[in-house]
Design a binder for this molecule. Structure first.
Ligand code: PHE
Length: 366
């Protein structure tokens, strides 16, 4: 599927079920949308090869939101009013999912975000689901890892104040790190799209931290790593799932070596189910190893397909009820059981960055 896919005309009619997808196929989070696109495409391909669902073929109408929440919200309106989709998959960035959830909930069309971790996303209403863990857990994971594995006593934080995701993670990390007996030496902010972080990093350096928590997205984190090293800040950087992109290595170079981030899945997982997914994904995507976004989007699409099979019909209320009953579903990024708040409760992995790649360090359970 080309990265520029705008959906194009999908064959409508009685013999197809139309799903909607919204993703960042261009802009500052483009690798998120492209990986998700590829994961969803694989899940649909497999379902159609197995005969489709309810005797029909599955098709997906895709919109590129250019990494902008306003565009994501508009795409949802189009998917519902023009394309008449039965269900929506997306987004990755929590700020975009929040904008989408508002519209999907108002229209009564179920939405499953594969990978938005900010807790408020599913709080938008009973039509909004996710197949990943939430940030109160993710923030705890890195605070615990920093204290117990890295044995850090003093840590600074650098947050993206334009991202609901980054603001939420900062809050949780600060609180948990302090609860575990650590000290936060200072918190600085930037805005998504900034390119010069030297003032904030200089302020952080003065507080003499032993590590810096940078819960942002890869496009900014790579540059931050370089500038931190230039300023003589040699301590480890730590982050969350927003770091997960091939581009992190391109942007960060060796400056990002020795850093750690929490994530949803590791391609090093020897589970045959995970390894089969990796092999199938590589075959369809020129040998690219699926990242967490691809794995979670594949899982989200399969949860949607499973609900489509179980529901008495494909109306919003019937589908919503079927998705809510998802239990012990074998995802490639962990087993999925949705709780009463429509969130998945799962373990997180911690990955280390070195020599242009990530390696598995540990798993932390809820
Ligand atoms: N969790 C991030 C958010 O909510 C998105 C993300 C998920 C990014 C997984 C990378 C990998 O904004």
């Amino acid at each position: 599927v080309p990265a520029t896919a705008q959906g194009g005309p999908v064959p409508a009619g009685d013999d197809v079920i139309v799903l909607g997808e919204v993703g960042a196929l261009t802009g500052g989070q483009a690798t998120f949308g492209i990986s998700s696109r590829n994961g969803i495409a694989l899940a649909l391909k497999e379902a159609n090869a197995a005969g489709g669902v309810r005797g029909k073929k599955l098709v997906v109408r895709v919109y590129d939101d250019q990494s902008k929440p306003e565009e994501a919200a508009q795409a949802v309106t189009r998917l519902i009013t023009q394309d008449k989709v039965v269900l929506i998959l997306g987004e990755v960035a929590s700020s975009s999912s929040l904008a989408m959830a508002e519209k999907a909930q108002a229209a009564g069309v179920p939405m499953i975000t594969p990978s938005s971790t900010n807790p408020t996303v599913t709080e938008k209403g009973d039509n909004i689901f996710r197949v990943c863990f939430i940030d109160p857990f993710q923030g705890f994971v890195m605070a615990k890892f920093a204290r117990e594995n890295l044995k850090l006593n003093k840590v600074a934080v650098l947050q993206d104040n334009k991202s609901a995701y980054s603001i939420g993670l900062t809050e949780v990390f600060r609180q948990k790190f302090a609860e575990l007996g650590g000290k936060i030496t200072g918190t600085e902010s930037y805005s998504q799209g900034d390119t010069d972080y030297r003032a904030q990093l200089t302020a952080i350096k003065k507080t003499q931290p032993e590590g810096i928590y940078v819960p942002g997205y890869y496009s900014e984190v790579g540059v931050i790593a370089r500038q931190a090293r230039e300023l003589g800040l040699k301590v480890p950087l730590m982050g969350g799932d927003g770091w997960d992109s091939e581009k992190l290595f391109e942007l960060g170079g060796s400056a990002i070596d020795g850093s750690y981030f929490s994530n949803h899945y590791s391609p090093d997982n020897p589970d045959p189910r995970v390894q089969k997914f990796i092999a199938d994904y590589k075959a369809d995507n020129n040998g690219a190893v699926p990242d967490a976004l691809a794995a979670l989007a594949y899982d989200a699409a399969r949860v949607a397909i499973d609900a489509l099979k179980r529901a008495p019909d494909t109306s919003g209320p019937a589908l919503r009820a079927a998705i809510a009953q998802t239990k012990d579903f074998p995802g490639v990024a962990g087993v999925i059981t949705l709780d009463a708040k429509r969130n998945a409760v799962k373990s997180a992995v911690v990955l280390k960055v070195a020599d242009g790649k990530t390696s598995y360090v540990t798993t932390i359970a809820p």
